[in-house]
Design a protein around this ligand. Structure first.
Ligand code: RB5
Length: 152
């Protein structure tokens, strides 16, 4: 599994902790930055990771900002992305099992590194259940296609 990881300035420290975890566990990953606390715009960082996943280069993405909200909203604007903001282990597992999520979003100002690590572990180790959940995920894709044709 190839993992793309990125954050804005608010997520730098938590990203570093998760990168250490990925390294320790032997995951193949690429860190798309940022690596300093100088202020950046979270949609830019979310888009870099989301596009790397959407184009098939990476299987999963992890994106981090202060709350996780901004990066998840932005990533979900990229076609084919199902980003899930998870701050508990159960949601992380379900995001993969039921929603076939391909990006995990985390808020560095919401949770600490210990819980974040447990969430990442649950998320990466879970598997999509398929079956009726595939039909529902297909409906999400259909909504995405339809919304691109809609004129407001
Ligand atoms: C940056 O201050 C903060 O707004 C950002 O990290 C994130 O929380 C946005 O959703």
């Amino acid at each position: 599994m190839k993992i793309a990881i990125g954050s804005d300035h608010a997520g730098v420290q938590l990203k570093a902790a998760i990168v250490e975890y990925l390294k320790k566990k032997g995951y193949e990953y690429q860190d798309f930055g940022v690596c300093s606390t100088e202020s950046v715009d979270y949609p830019d960082q979310a888009a870099i990771v989301a596009r790397a996943v959407a184009n098939g280069e990476f299987d999963q993405g992890i994106i981090i900002c202060g709350t996780g909200i901004g990066v998840s909203i932005a990533a979900n604007k990229i076609r084919g992305i199902r980003a899930a903001l998870c701050h508990d282990v159960f949601s992380a597992r379900m995001a993969r099992a039921h929603n076939n999520s391909n990006i995990l979003a985390l808020g560095a100002r919401v949770i600490g590194p210990g819980l974040a690590e447990a969430i990442v572990e649950a998320y990466l180790e879970a598997e999509f259940a398929g079956g009726r959940h595939q039909l529902r995920v297909d409906k999400i894709s259909k909504l995405e296609e339809e919304s691109q044709k809609e004129v407001h």
